[in-house]
Design a protein around this ligand. Structure first.
Ligand SMILES: *[C@@H]1O[C@H](CO)[C@@H](O)[C@H](O)[C@H]1NC(C)=O
Ligand SMILES: *[C@@H]1O[C@H](CO)[C@@H](O)[C@H](O)[C@H]1NC(C)=O
Ligand SMILES: *[C@@H]1O[C@H](CO)[C@@H](O)[C@H](O)[C@H]1NC(C)=O
Ligand SMILES: *[C@@H]1O[C@H](CO)[C@@H](O)[C@H](O)[C@H]1NC(C)=O
Length: 321
């Protein structure tokens, strides 16, 4: 550091003070010019990994740390305001599945409703972890958060779903869902959609009769490093699927970080100029990009061939590792 002596060798008092002031001003200008370096680019996640994510050794959430030892099967539910009886029914169903029970299931709920206490959810649903998240990015933001935070410690298989699942009602769990999890699921499954075939559709690079989503073709190119071929892709809606950690890790962490950055972006971000129609809105709690990511999982996990719907109707509804 400067001492007065080294800054002012051979100078009289007044010139010395001026020189110190000039040095201080220069330091202030440098700090001002470099301020961008200290700004936070990734909302919500920045706190967790400003420096460490490059190394892919990131499990900064302490309460999820405890799941490491038990890594057969995780269930990740994104909760907002779904009926708790229904959620409890879904959890009971999963816990009772023969095929999954022996894999040591842990259930993790991400609570995106700031009006409901996570302690209350934990008490009502008796799950392994309840973790509060800000209500941004729809269910896709929740899944990306889980993947990014646990990239190195993911369970062999993770079932992702919104807390209100297709196929589950208070009265019953529909037979196709029972069949898929009980009969079709094996530890060799890489990706399996968990919605009925009526929630699946075939797109042509982001287009079908109802949709024209240019970003899907762009993301295809980003993920596969090839242009989107016109041979049709199957999309499964609702963000309800199970996937192996191998499939997740076939894509580098930075892809998930980038998708997360866009899906959780604040309202000033250009991504919100993407809209379904000129009169609809894109806002952080319901970004249009969330609907893009909802349609992306089959591509991201390399299970988008156009015969997927047929395979699901024939009870072989999965891609295998
Ligand atoms: C990444 O890991 C290497 C070796 O373990 C270490 O030297 C480096 O500082 C780490 N980088 C960050 C950004 O944490
Ligand atoms: C389940 O847990 C038991 C006991 O902790 C352990 O021995 C077993 O390897 C685990 N199974 C899987 C598939 O993780
Ligand atoms: C939480 O409660 C406030 C005040 O009652 C209400 O305005 C808001 O919409 C509620 N939010 C959710 C997510 O239910
Ligand atoms: C995607 O799956 C196909 C089989 O359906 C396989 O041939 C191809 O190598 C996989 N691509 C990647 C990048 O893993």
């Amino acid at each position: 550091m400067w001492s007065e002596a080294s800054a002012c060798d051979n100078l009289n008092g007044r010139r010395c003070i001026i020189r110190i002031i000039v040095i201080l001003i220069i330091i202030c200008i440098l700090i001002y010019l470099e301020r961008g370096r200290f700004e936070r680019k990734l909302p919500y996640l920045s706190d967790l990994y400003s420096n460490t994510w490059i190394n892919k050794t990131i499990s900064p959430i302490r309460n999820i740390e405890s799941l490491k030892r038990n890594n057969g099967f995780h269930v990740v539910l994104s909760y907002y305001a779904e009926d708790l009886n229904l959620v409890a029914q879904f959890i009971r169903f999963i816990r009772n599945l023969q095929s999954i029970r022996r894999l040591n299931v842990s259930i993790i709920i991400y609570n995106k409703n700031s009006n409901i206490s996570s302690i209350y959810l934990q008490k009502m649903l008796k799950v392994d972890v309840v973790h509060q998240l800000p209500n941004v990015g729809r269910e896709g933001g929740t899944y990306l958060y889980h993947i990014i935070n646990n990239y190195d410690t993911l369970a062999d298989h993770t079932l992702f779903s919104q807390a209100g699942a297709d196929g589950v009602s208070i009265k019953e769990v529909e037979s196709w869902l029972v069949n898929r999890l009980e009969k079709q699921f094996t530890t060799a499954v890489g990706y399996m959609p968990l919605v009925s075939a009526r929630w699946m559709e075939v797109y042509d690079c982001g287009r079908n009769i109802y949709n024209n989503m240019v970003r899907l073709a762009e993301l295809w190119a980003l993920i596969t490093q090839t242009l989107c071929p016109p041979d049709k892709q199957t999309v499964a809606y609702r963000g309800q699927f199970l996937v192996s950690n191998k499939r997740i890790r076939r894509q580098p962490l930075r892809i998930y970080m980038y998708l997360n950055e866009l899906i959780t972006a604040d309202s000033t971000h250009w991504i919100h100029t993407d809209r379904r129609s000129p009169v609809s809105k894109s806002i952080p709690s319901n970004p249009f990009f969330g609907h893009i990511v909802e349609r992306l999982w089959t591509v991201l996990f390399n299970c988008s061939k156009s015969d997927l719907i047929n395979k699901c109707n024939r009870d072989v509804c999965a891609c295998f590792d």
